[in-house]
Design a protein around this ligand. Structure first.
Ligand code: GLU
Length: 457
């Protein structure tokens, strides 16, 4: 009996219908006019795909993009949906739904993380895949964009269940991924261990060890030094650049960070070491505030011990939504999408918004922030440190020669600060905000390559 035949017939029918409707969704655009986001409902406003497409349309129009190229770049090239049977610890079989969306391979292999979360949806993965294309183009690394996701709750699964799910997901994608095709990496809910399982499963099928199939691996099996901290490090570099650009001192620069996962905690650590004052940290289960600055190393040890930031004696507890609206020089959303929306954007009191997460700000909030004069360092620039060091990892794997952490970090710093300068320069010369400048710069680069290669239509 195959694993799939264990799914009740009605379930299978429902799944097939879902797949059919999902496959029919990304139809050709009916109009090339940018969406009217003043008329968006909150549901539309917080749909990540709509958010991505809205910015894409604005930037494409400003670029006067060729209509054919516009259509090609607006939609993902390939969307894969898999239903993954997993043997659970209690002896039952569970079936999980997973996606891998490859938005573009114009500039190189698809690149992007894999997310494990109960909230994963095809629209979210589509948006994240497109953002990867633009992100890689902003920092000018030779990758396209892709993203994967599995609808599951990793916090409620055992290591064994996660390993079996990861291996079967990899096996389902075996002909679509590879060092020259599409290179996954960690994202929310996945980590170095997940990448090690993917690398091993892929290698078993290929009958040889292929380290360059994923990035974000443990260092002893082809991972890069500095990859774990890379996104946080990139954030700290663009914060430095923004302060310089705005003529603000590091001393006394107050920072509030939303999220204390891999991105938020490493950004906090590095900014703290550089002399920034981290006055607030918010997490899904609580928030901390200290006007004189939190002691980040002590907080990190506390979190390790207690499993939560709550109960840390060196700061006062705060309300997590309210804390984001307190006065600071830099606000860093470093968790998930849609935290800055039409509902709270007007209340923010930050000078700089540095987007550590993907898609934390909605398109309606963009306008409000622009009116308030907030200096936005958009996600596709601010959090590009992770994929940039992933690129270094892929290069090192293919060379079989590994760099020191100092070398990795120096290269990362150079790319991040040059990319910041490119985006800000583009914004000034084209009289657009930083986000639209980043999109325009990226779309222009991908469009140029697309035209040069020619459209196989
Ligand atoms: N998941 C990360 C991102 O959203 C890293 C992707 C990668 O390294 O490929 O940028």
């Amino acid at each position: 009996m195959t694993a799939e035949s264990l799914i009740p017939k009605t379930e299978l029918k429902k799944k097939k219908e879902t797949i059919m409707s999902a496959m029919n969704t990304p139809a050709q655009p009916t109009t090339l006019e940018p969406v009217k986001f003043e008329q968006m409902s909150l549901e539309q406003e917080t749909n990540p795909w709509e958010a991505q497409a809205a910015r894409f349309d604005i930037a494409a129009k400003k670029l006067n993009l060729d209509p054919g190229v516009w259509k090609v770049l607006r939609y993902p090239q390939r969307e894969i949906i898999v239903h993954i049977p997993v043997a659970m610890d209690d002896g039952t079989i569970e079936v999980f739904t997973g996606y891998r969306v490859q938005h573009s391979i114009a500039r190189g292999p698809g690149k992007g993380g894999i997310r494990y979360s109960p909230d994963v949806s095809l629209d979210e993965v589509r948006a994240l895949a497109s953002w990867m294309t633009w992100k890689c183009a902003v920092v000018n690394i030779p990758f396209g964009g892709a993203k994967g996701g599995v609808i599951c709750n990793p916090k409620k699964m055992s290591q064994g269940e996660l390993e079996r799910m990861t291996r079967r997901y990899t096996a389902e994608l075996i002909e679509f991924i590879g060092p020259e095709k599409d290179v996954p990496a960690p994202d929310m809910g996945t980590d170095e261990q997940t990448m090690a399982w993917i690398m091993d499963t892929y290698s078993m099928h290929m009958r040889q060890t292929v380290t360059a199939v994923v990035t974000g691996k443990p260092v002893n099996i082809g991972g890069s030094r500095g990859r774990r901290e890379a996104t946080g490090r990139g954030i700290s570099v663009v914060c430095d650049s923004a302060l310089k650009y705005l003529n603000l001192p590091v001393e006394g620069c107050r920072v509030i960070i939303q999220g204390f996962g891999n991105v938020g905690s490493n950004a906090a650590k590095l900014l703290y070491e550089k002399g920034y004052t981290i006055i607030g940290i918010t997490e899904f289960d609580g928030a901390l505030y200290d006007a004189d600055g939190l002691d980040i190393p002590s907080l990190t040890s506390h979190r390790k011990r207690a499993g939560t930031i709550n109960g840390f004696s060196g700061a006062e507890a705060a309300d997590k939504d309210e804390l984001m609206t307190r006065e600071c020089e830099i606000l860093i959303p470093a968790a998930t999408e849609n935290v800055i929306t039409s509902q709270n954007a007007a209340h923010l009191k930050c000078r700089i918004l540095c987007e550590g997460a993907n898609g934390p700000t909605t398109v309606v909030a963009d306008d409000i922030l622009e009116e308030k004069g907030v200096f936005v360092i958009p996600d596709i620039l601010a959090n590009a440190g992770g994929v940039t060091t992933s690129y270094f990892e892929w290069v090192q794997d293919r060379m079989g020669y590994f760099w020191t952490e100092v070398e990795v970090n120096q290269r990362l710093d150079t790319i991040m600060s040059a990319s910041f300068d490119d985006v800000v320069h583009y914004a000034t010369t084209h009289a657009v905000n930083n986000r639209i400048a980043a999109y325009m710069l990226a779309i222009d680069r991908v469009a140029y390559t697309t035209k040069q290669r020619g459209i196989y239509a």
